[in-house]
Ligand binder design. Structure first.
Ligand code: ZN
Ligand code: ZN
Length: 350
């Protein structure tokens, strides 16, 4: 998922039982790093139900709530209380408040994607440890704008992604100023508001799966989705590097707030989650990074970039399993060249 997705690590540390040797991960003949375990779905749609695992998945670190969904919610709250133009200004479409939202969104994208890029690719704080591909981002490659993968990705993310993301938010706040969208108050309906907030990541994944399947139709893939898939070896900026038509479809996830009673916090959480979570999901590294402390990455979605015809969704709603496109990449000992060494081995030994 350009988000891809869910920002949660596919396995979420629930499988356990990996041997000391396998915890290092493996390199195949191409020097690509593979995790020591197969990808697993979140324990939601399992039979018989496993309530303890579900609770653990929801509350543990890393899990559904911590850290990333909580971080995105915090960003939303800061935005709503300090960086949101007053609704009275949104009655007419004027450049000042629209410009404020656009600047805010560009700043947020640079903070998140630029932050991941700075730490992992510029400062290389993680080295090559748990990096899926042995290559860094492409330079002098004519398939990218400016012959540079990072510049290409930044261009599409900002010139198209931020503009369309902003356009949806502007449309919502303009409609809210005219009382054209169904509003619900946190004070009057706190339980409804909290439940709806928790359901938004699931709605996002549902919407993403079907939009993503649609743009893999041959004609749309050739005209639109190819642009995102130029990033066989994605980096943080690849998450939002999409064709404008894909951005239009991808951010249409927020249209639900024009129908389902919502507070503006729901809209902002949805749109910001959609825009910001793909950065970590496309980072090209498997978490936890930085001395095993920071969970991130999505091997699930990396495999989609690597092989194209698998893993169209993410690892919470089991659509790929249901439709036979799930690639869990169960580690095959016969394909291993060597356990990952160097920093990875060192970290595991510590
Ligand atoms: Zn992607
Ligand atoms: Zn795709």
């Amino acid at each position: 998922m350009p988000s891809e997705s869910s920002s949660l690590k596919p396995n979420d540390g629930l499988s356990g039982g990996a041997s000391a040797k396998s915890e290092i991960g493996y390199l195949n003949a191409r020097g690509e790093w593979k995790p020591p375990h197969a990808i697993e779905y979140a324990p939601i749609f399992v039979w018989p139900p496993k309530p303890f695992n579900l609770l653990k998945w929801a509350l543990s670190y890393p899990g559904f709530l911590w850290p990333w969904n909580s971080v995105y919610l915090l960003i939303t709250l800061v935005t709503w209380f300090w960086f949101q133009p007053d609704i009275s200004r949104c009655v007419t479409l004027k450049a000042d408040w629209i410009g404020e939202i656009l600047l805010r969104n560009i700043a947020l994208l640079w903070l998140v994607n630029g932050g991941w890029h700075l730490l992992l690719y510029t400062l290389k704080l993680q080295g090559m440890e748990r990096k899926y591909s042995p290559k860094w981002q492409a330079k002098n490659d004519p398939k990218f704008l400016f012959k540079n993968q990072v510049y290409d990705n930044i261009f599409w993310s900002c010139a198209s992604g931020c503009v369309i993301w902003t356009a949806y938010e502007v449309l919502y706040f303009w409609a809210a100023a005219h009382k054209l969208v169904p509003y619900v108050s946190w004070k009057e309906h706190p339980i409804y508001c909290a439940v709806w907030l928790c359901l938004i990541p699931f709605w996002r994944e549902f919407h993403f799966y079907w939009i993503h399947r649609a743009i893999h139709a041959p004609w749309l893939y050739k005209k639109v989705h190819f642009l995102h898939h130029k990033n066989v070896n994605p980096g943080p900026w690849s998450g939002m590097a999409m064709h404008p038509v894909e951005h239009l479809l991808y951010f249409s996830v927020v249209l639900i707030h024009f129908v389902v009673p919502s507070h503006p916090i729901h809209l902002l959480f949805n749109s910001q989650h959609t825009a910001l979570s793909p950065g970590g999901g496309h980072s090209g590294f498997d978490g936890p990074v930085f001395n095993d402390k920071v969970p991130m990455g999505s091997y699930f979605h990396y495999l989609h970039h690597r092989y194209i015809n698998c893993n169209f969704g993410e690892s919470t709603l089991p659509f790929d399993k249901l439709f036979g496109t799930f690639r869990k990449e169960l580690f095959d000992d016969s394909a291993a060249v060597a356990p990952a060494t160097g920093a990875a081995a060192k970290t595991t030994a510590e």
